[in-house]
Design a protein around this ligand. Structure first.
Ligand code: UDP
Length: 461
């Protein structure tokens, strides 16, 4: 039998290439598992750095061992191993992948057998990439929409923005994504995002980790540019639902880049219901020592119980001075601090009352699915828009934006924990119901995923 005939009987083979950051890798792994579950062959392309972190702290291989068509391939991100991949420096990863990734990637795609296991799998039939690194795929750029993407200078920040279709009357200048809020049109971040966004419109399809009931008017606007659009989120919950439908237990898998410290679960078990403020600013946020102290005083002075996760590499300009005694004592009395946790499990714990979040998109979706109100602080990028939507559109909490002031934090923590929690909880529970509906049989995300799989089965690049 010829190789061609054998290959024709094999499932389509999808290559998935996420931006090598924790949040992006998490959601792309959910997508990879959803596609594997539907019988497609999937190769997950990870940066060597990311793969190393996952091998050390996650359990990727046992999670995917049930899918015979799943493989991992790795690629250099072009940065030295000790390059900081946090804060504003994450842009270096995007630029470097663009620089070195393109040719490595092309070689990988062109070498027939590298990804096809010598005939056990077809050649890659479709490539799924994160929007931010679509450049590394060397997708041809068509002259379309180039000058429509605009930027806003950092002044008169309270002016309402009326020119973004689908968001009219909802956001102010200060809520615009950080990459589009720059003082100079030549800003590297802005130019990179602009190019990547333009390239996105040349893709054959767009997959979004959101759902119609959450962002319908905005998705409709994007659909005008890319009609072949699939909103299939929230991915983590969608995966769990699909596994359950097939009678597969969704084990507590970890794709963490840091070691998960489970000691907080015992501490949470000993706390009253809904009494704890869970504080976590995600995988790339950086805080100066001064900002750290503002948050810390705010939390301790609020008199509320708190579980605060501070990544080991997240504090910059640390002067090494001792922590003031009142913070130490306040934390011992009502707080628990650690470096990294299994976040979705923590959010689901009955002791958690409110999530104090940096408004990263995955954290936002995870909180929505559990129905937990949020106190939002935004560090950068899309977080400034997410936090606005959480407070003003979905009305699930407060947005303190990028303010980092102990008096304000104390006030907002008290207000949300003691006064407004029930009101926000009602909305949060409503949004959680919506999220559940969309991933259930007949729901929008559910149907969209089925359509996506059909599309992938019929598409050859
Ligand atoms: N996360 C986690 N444990 C932590 C902190 C974060 O498992 O202690 C996970 C979290 O559940 C989410 C991801 O890391 O899936 C962070 O992604 P997000 O988009 O919220 O923020 P980013 O880290 O990209 O800024």
């Amino acid at each position: 039998m010829s190789h061609r005939n054998t290959a024709a009987k094999l499932p389509e083979h999808i290559l998935i290439f996420p931006l090598p950051l924790q949040g992006h890798v998490n959601s792309m792994l959910h997508l990879a598992e959803l596609l594997s579950l539907s019988g497609l062959h999937v190769t997950m392309l990870l940066s060597e750095y990311t793969h190393g972190r996952l091998l050390r702290h996650g359990n990727l291989h046992s999670r995917f061992s049930r899918y015979s068509g799943f493989r991992i391939a790795t690629i250099e991100d072009g940065l030295p191993a000790d390059h900081p991949r946090v804060g504003e420096r994450i842009m270096d990863i995007v630029l470097s992948l663009k620089e070195v990734g393109g040719s490595l990637f092309r070689n990988l795609m062109e070498s027939t057998d590298a990804l096809s296991d010598g005939g056990a799998r077809r050649r890659v039939s479709c490539l799924i990439m994160d929007g931010e690194i679509i450049d590394a795929g060397e997708v041809p750029l068509k002259g379309k929409d180039e000058d429509k993407m605009t930027y806003w200078k950092r002044k008169e920040m309270d002016l309402m923005v009326t020119s973004i279709p689908g968001m009219e009357g909802l956001i102010r200048r200060r809520d615009i994504g950080g990459f589009c809020r720059v003082d100079d049109i030549n800003d590297t971040g802005f130019q990179t995002i602009k190019t990547e966004t333009k390239r996105t419109t040349t893709a054959k399809a767009l997959i979004l980790n959101t759902f119609e009931d959450l962002e319908g008017p905005i998705i409709d606007q994007i659909r005008k540019h890319i009609p072949n659009l699939y909103s299939i989120g929230p991915l983590h919950a969608h995966l769990k639902a699909r596994l359950e439908l097939k009678g597969i237990e969704s084990s507590n898998h970890s794709s963490s880049f840091w070691e998960e410290d489970r000691s907080c679960m015992a501490w949470l078990n000993s706390q009253p219901e809904n009494s704890v403020l869970y504080v976590n600013f995600g995988s790339v946020t950086l805080l100066t020592k001064d900002e750290l102290l503002e948050f810390w005083y705010g939390l301790v002075n609020s008199g509320q119980r708190f579980l605060w996760v501070i990544r080991p590499d997240s504090i910059v300009e640390n002067d090494g001075n001792e922590v003031p005694i009142e913070l130490d004592e306040g934390t011992k009395a009502r707080g628990y601090m650690l470096e990294w946790v299994p976040q979705r499990e923590v959010l689901a714990h009955r002791a958690i009352g409110v999530f104090f979040t940096h408004s990263g998109w995955n954290s936002t979706l995870e909180s929505i699915c559990i129905g937990i109100p949020m106190l939002c602080w935004a560090y950068f990028a899309d977080q400034t828009t997410n936090s606005r939507f959480i407070s003003e559109v979905w009305k699930m909490g407060f947005d303190i934006k990028d303010t980092c002031d102990r008096i304000l934090i104390e006030k907002m923590v008290r207000e949300i924990m003691e006064v407004r929690r029930n009101e926000f909880l009602e909305r949060a529970r409503f949004m959680a119901t919506m999220a559940k509906k969309t991933i259930s049989e007949g729901g929008d995300s559910y149907s969209n995923l089925d359509r996506l799989i059909e599309f992938l089965k019929s598409t050859i690049i």
